[in-house]
Ligand binder design. Structure first.
Ligand SMILES: Cc1cc2nc3c(=O)[nH]c(=O)nc-3n(C[C@H](O)[C@H](O)[C@H](O)COP(=O)(O)OP(=O)(O)OC[C@H]3O[C@@H](n4cnc5c(N)ncnc54)[C@H](O)[C@@H]3O)c2cc1C
Length: 415
C-alpha cells in the first residue's frame, strides 16, 4: 500500500481544526501544529454567531467621507491608536479603495458562498462528535432604534437580500414582547431565521481538535519557524527542535499568517481589526438568541457561561495591549441596551480579526507549492471556517471543488 500523504496544518483555530478533520476523513495523515492550545486565538472570544447573512464588508460605500467623524466621536465604536497610523497607512489606503458600491457588491457576492450554508457545514463537521453539543440552530436579530435607522441601512439589507436572506420585521411594543430585556429605545427588530450559535467557541474548537486527534492526527504545540521548499515544492516544516517532512501544508494561522505567506513569496496586505468582548455573570433572564445591537455595533450572545457582548473595531496592530476606551464604550452601550438586566462584569478579552485589505479570505494553493492558504476570514471566520476546511481538503484530495474559488485566490496579491 502506498504511504498516506502527510499534510501539516498550521494553526488550530476554527479554520485549522476544520481542515484537519476533513483531511483525516479523506484518508490523509495529519499533523496539527499550534504554538498555543487549540482554540486560544481569535476563535476563542468571538460572538459565537453562525452569521450566514453576514456578507456585507465593513468597507461600505461612503465610509471615506464618514470615517473622520466616526473616529473623533467618542460614542462611535471605531477607534484608532494614532501612534500606529504610519504603519497602518499602506493597508488602510488599499482597504478604503474598496469602500464603493461596485466593490462592496463584489465582496458580498464573494463571501455569500462561504457563509450561506454555515449551519449545515457545522452540522456536517460535528455530527456524531462531542463538539455537536456546542452547536444550536437559532435566530439572529438586528436591533434598531426605529424604522428610519433600519431604512438607513437599506444598502446592506439589499446585499443580504441578494444573498437570499430576508428578515422578519418586528416593530413597536412587540419588540420587547419578543426580547423582553431590550431597552424600549429599540423599536425595530429585523429577525433572521435559520441561523446558528456556538456556545463557548473556544471549547468548541478544543472539542474539534480532540476529534481530530481521535481520528489519528498528531497534535504538536510549537511555533512554526519555517516552511522548506525543494524545487518550489514544499518538503518540510521547521518547528523548535524538529524538522517535519510532509507532502503538503495548510496555513491556517489567522491574523498571524503574513510572515508564513511571505516565505512563499506572497505579500498579503493583512491587518488586525481589533475587537473586544465583555462577559457578564449569568442571570435568570437571558436573551432568546444573539442580537446585533446596531447602535453600538456589538453582538450580545447568550452563552451558558454568561452573556457575551462582542464587537467594536479598533486599529492598533498586534502588539499593543488592550485599550480602555473601547471597553468602556462597549460596557456603557451594553448597559443602556439592557437597562433592566443586572450585569456583573466578569471578563474582558481583546481579539484580532484577520483583515485582508479586500475583506475576502485567501483560500487555495499558493502557486504550485503544495502550500495552501486558509486565512483572512475577518468577521466571518467562525461562520465560514468549516466550509473553508472542507474546500481545502477537497483541493488537496481531488485537485478541485465544485464552486468558483476565484474571489479567494491567494495569488492575487503577488510578491
Ligand atoms: C470581537 C470579535 C467577534 C467576532 N464574532 C464573530 C462571530 O460571531 N461569528 C464569526 O463567524 N466570526 C466572528 N469573529 C471573527 C472570527 O473569530 C475569526 O474570523 C476566526 O476566529 C478566525 O479563525 P482562524 O482559525 O483563522 O484564526 P485563529 O482562531 O486566530 O487561529 C490561528 C491559530 O494560529 C496559531 N498560530 C499563529 N501563528 C503561528 C505559528 N507561526 N506557529 C504555530 N501556530 C501559530 C495561533 O496560536 C492560533 O491558535 C469575531 C472576531 C472578533 C475579534
Amino acid at each position: 500500500m502506498p504511504a498516506k500523504e502527510h499534510i501539516i496544518v498550521v494553526g488550530a483555530g476554527i479554520v485549522g481544526v476544520s481542515a484537519a478533520i476533513w483531511l483525516l476523513r479523506a484518508g490523509k495523515k495529519v499533523t496539527l501544529l499550534d504554538r498555543s492550545e487549540p482554540g486560544e486565538g481569535t476563535s476563542y472570544g468571538n460572538a459565537g454567531v453562525l452569521a450566514s447573512c453576514s456578507v456585507a464588508p465593513v468597507t461600505a460605500p461612503g465610509m471615506i467621507a464618514k470615517a473622520p467623524k466616526m473616529l473623533l466621536d467618542p460614542e462611535f465604536p471605531l477607534f484608532l491608536r494614532w501612534s500606529y497610523l504610519p504603519k497602518l497607512a499602506p493597508w488602510l489606503l488599499k482597504y478604503l479603495s474598496h469602500a464603493n458600491a461596485p466593490e462592496t457588491r463584489r465582496i458580498a457576492q464573494g463571501l455569500a458562498p462561504l457563509t450561506s450554508d454555515s449551519v449545515e457545514q457545522h452540522e456536517s463537521l460535528t455530527n456524531g462528535t462531542d463538539a455537536s453539543r456546542w452547536l444550536t440552530r437559532s435566530d439572529y436579530s438586528f436591533a434598531y432604534r426605529d424604522r428610519a435607522a433600519f431604512e438607513a441601512d437599506a444598502f446592506t439589507w439589499g446585499l443580504r437580500r441578494d444573498a437570499g436572506f430576508e428578515p422578519d420585521i418586528i416593530e413597536g411594543p412587540a419588540v420587547q414582547e419578543f426580547e423582553p430585556l431590550l431597552s424600549t429605545e429599540m423599536k425595530l427588530l429585523a429577525v433572521m431565521r435559520q441561523h446558528g450559535v456556538i456556545d463557548a467557541p473556544g471549547s468548541y474548537v478544543k472539542a474539534l481538535a480532540q476529534e481530530a486527534e481521535a481520528l489519528g492526527a498528531r497534535l504538536v504545540q510549537s511555533e512554526v519557524r519555517d516552511i522548506l521548499l525543494k524545487d518550489d515544492r514544499v518538503e518540510a516544516v521547521v518547528i523548535d527542535g524538529e524538522t517535519i517532512p510532509c507532502d503538503g501544508v495548510v496555513i491556517a494561522t489567522g491574523v498571524w499568517s503574513k510572515p508564513l505567506a511571505a516565505k512563499l513569496g506572497i505579500n498579503v496586505p493583512l491587518e488586525t481589526e481589533r475587537g473586544y468582548h465583555i462577559e457578564f455573570e449569568p442571570e435568570d433572564d437571558a436573551l432568546r438568541a444573539p442580537i446585533m445591537v446596531t447602535t453600538g455595533k456589538f453582538v450580545a450572545t447568550p452563552m451558558s457561561g454568561g452573556l457575551r457582548c462582542a464587537g467594536v473595531v479598533e486599529f492598533g496592530g498586534l502588539k499593543a495591549p488592550a485599550s480602555d476606551k473601547p471597553i468602556a464604550l462597549l460596557e456603557r452601550t451594553v448597559r443602556a441596551t439592557f437597562p433592566n438586566l443586572k450585569l456583573k462584569k466578569r471578563d474582558t478579552w481583546l481579539g484580532h480579526r484577520p483583515a485582508p485589505s479586500d475583506s475576502l479570505p485567501l483560500i487555495g494553493e499558493i502557486g504550485a507549492s503544495g502550500v495552501f492558504a486558509a486565512f483572512g476570514h475577518h468577521h466571518i471566520g467562525l461562520t465560514g471556517g468549516p466550509k473553508t476546511g472542507r474546500i481545502i481538503a477537497d483541493l488537496i484530495s481531488h485537485g478541485g471543488v465544485n464552486m468558483d474559488l476565484a474571489p479567494y485566490d491567494p495569488n492575487r496579491f503577488g510578491g
